[in-house]
Design a protein around this ligand. Structure first.
Ligand SMILES: [Zn+2]
Length: 586
């Protein structure tokens, strides 16, 4: 582009004016917060004498032109008790707290102080969510910080925010290392608040290692109560970071991983949060699952720093986002150093075959419960077990199917490349536009129709070509029992007393040897043949389920009623009796 010549004298004046403006802006932002917006300042104090308790003082500066008479905070996502709320003269303010909304009147107030306690450390799917020890305080922002209700509002404009500034301070030992997403943000965007909400806050005795990545820095912190990180794990984490930097074609300014201890009494994991800035978790470098989880969280970190569209955070597109993260948690494993891959016995295509086996098994066994139409996510998400299955089993396979279909013409990572090229164009980033742009021909409507708008079985049967001739039955059955366990743990939210169905490897092996099993069917002939090619473990496990139902005279169509009835004491005995008469003496 041609340079416009500016006379030197004007040039100097302009520079001077810009300088003055910058100084004013700097002072306004740092010393005189924007009076037309809310200013929030959190002071967090861990109560070490109590079990996982934090005291939080929130000082709220109310906008001078405040035309709202109240401010509402959402509290339904945290375990808090509000102690008091006073104005700057110390007068009590009567607040309301109902249905997860804390409502505070702000009329004629300029400053308000809210004091509340937060309980953290609930045991969940990935371990304790946050923990406080004498030498470590760790939590995620969403657990502890109050966010105005607008933050949760789906239609809320990502660039509009009623917060002028937000500052966070934690009263812990001066000598402690602190790893936090932000200490202060002026005029936060929705994406920064989202990062604050999800990221990890860690304070304690942490050993730091820094790695320069172009103009940015990547940091790994180790809780000193963990064993030291072996070189190969350190290299592995760096390779993963580099993999995502190359995939997303950018490096986040600063990104930190905090490797936490296990909880000593029960050896459970601790998860301190995972966001665009920081991720904190217990991490066993000898466990492949931990590498996948770390990679999944890194994917979210890079994506949420790069892509400026809120579409991906809510139905009907959230499943697609989780699908991408889970697809890459598997695919990225190829980037790990050779020695590490060997010690983890890692075969990349096997990871997708394993996922597909689990998908086929659960989908056919739990039909129609787990026969899901992805774009119907809004209704699906009300059932945690369905959401779990859609997000982490079905969705990554939809991505895999789409990627494989594009691979011949476009090479790899087609979907993500398209998203990155349109990173701030909301309209271009709808699922439909993504699919249509990736496929670019007449296949697109058909594909979109079958697997996005309908619930057809994903056609990844070709993954069976990767399997070795002799399938490791024990491994396969363990995987099937594990996905069954995971889905069961979520099903229990809706069906409290549902028993857990687990397949016995021995039964499967013995059933596969008898003639009678040929007359037992779980699907049409063509599908059964494909399942058999994919995995004999899945094939016979599905046959076992049908046979067992015949033997026990259970003919419910609904899989929940079927399992409940099959696993009554009477029916377990009936099945055991059948097994022992048929395989006597074996
Ligand atoms: Zn995720």
């Amino acid at each position: 582009m041609d340079q416009v010549k500016v006379p030197t004298k004007i040039n100097a004046t302009v520079v001077f004016l810009i300088l003055i403006a910058s100084v004013i802006t700097y002072f306004t932002y740092t010393h005189f917060p924007d009076q037309t917006l809310y200013n929030m300042s959190f002071e967090i104090t861990p109560i070490f004498s109590e079990d996982n308790l934090l005291k939080v003082k929130l000082k709220l500066g109310i906008p001078s032109k405040n035309n709202q008479n109240k401010i509402d905070f959402y509290t339904g996502d945290k375990n808090i008790a509000v102690i008091h709320c006073v104005d700057d003269k110390g007068n009590k303010i009567i607040f309301k707290e109902e249905q997860g909304i804390l409502s505070i009147p702000t009329k004629d107030k300029s400053k308000i102080e809210i004091l509340y306690y937060v309980k953290i450390g609930v045991l969940g799917k990935h371990g304790y969510r946050g923990k406080i020890y004498d030498d470590l305080v760790v939590f995620d922002g969403g657990q502890v910080l109050l966010f105005p209700i607008d933050f949760y509002n789906e239609d809320f404009d990502a660039n509009q925010c009623e917060i002028g500034s937000i500052a966070i301070k934690c009263n812990v030992k001066e000598s402690w290392e602190k790893v936090i997403p932000y200490e202060r943000i002026n005029k936060p965007t929705w994406f920064q608040l989202y990062a604050l909400y999800n990221s990890c806050f860690a304070y304690g005795d942490l050993e730091k290692k820094e790695y320069k990545k172009g103009p940015a820095v990547f940091r790994i912190y180790r809780d000193v109560k963990c064993d030291s990180i072996p070189k190969e794990a350190e290299v592995g984490l760096n390779y993963l970071f580099d993999y995502y930097a190359s995939l997303f074609e950018f490096v986040p300014d600063d990104y930190s991983i905090i490797l936490l201890r296990r909880n000593q009494e029960d050896q459970q994991y601790i998860i301190g949060g995972a966001g665009a800035k920081t991720v904190g978790s217990t991490f066993e470098y000898t466990d492949l699952r931990d590498w996948q989880l770390m990679s999944h969280r890194m994917f979210h970190g890079f994506f949420e720093t790069k892509v400026k569209s809120k579409k991906f955070f809510k139905p009907p597109q959230l499943w697609f986002y989780e699908g991408l993260a889970t697809y890459y948690e598997n695919k990225s494993m190829e980037s790990l150093p050779y020695d590490l891959k060997t010690s983890l016995s890692l075969q990349i295509e096997d990871l997708f075959t394993k996922l597909y086996r689990e998908y086929i098994y659960m989908r056919l066994k739990y039909h129609p419960l787990l026969t899901l139409t992805p774009m119907n996510e809004e209704n699906i998400i009300a059932f945690p077990a369905k959401a779990e299955f859609l997000h982490y089993t079905q969705a990554p396979l939809v991505i895999k199917a789409l990627e494989d279909l594009c691979a011949n013409t476009n090479g790899s990572n087609t979907i993500l490349k398209y998203i990155i090229n349109n990173y701030n164009n909301d309209e271009m980033l709808s699922v439909k536009n993504i699919v249509f742009h990736c496929l670019k021909d007449e296949r697109n409507f058909d594909f979109y129709n079958r697997y996005f708008l309908n619930d057809e079985i994903l056609p990844l049967w070709y993954l069976s070509e990767n399997k070795s001739n002799n399938e490791d039955l024990e491994n396969v059955i363990n995987d099937l029992n594990f996905i069954e366990y995971t889905i069961w743990s979520w099903l229990r939210v809706d069906f409290k007393d549902l028993p857990l169905y687990q397949v016995e490897k021995n039964d499967i092996y013995r059933l596969s040897k008898i003639k009678q099993i040929d007359n037992v069917h779980f699907a049409d002939e063509d599908t059964e043949e494909k399942v058999k090619q994919l995995s004999s473990g899945v094939y016979y496990a599905l046959k076992e389920f049908v046979l067992r139902s015949h033997i026990c005279n259970v003919d419910y169509k609904n899989p929940i009623s079927k399992i409940e009835t099959l696993l009554t004491k009477e029916n377990i005995d009936k099945w055991q009796a059948w097994i022992s008469t048929h395989f006597e003496g074996e």
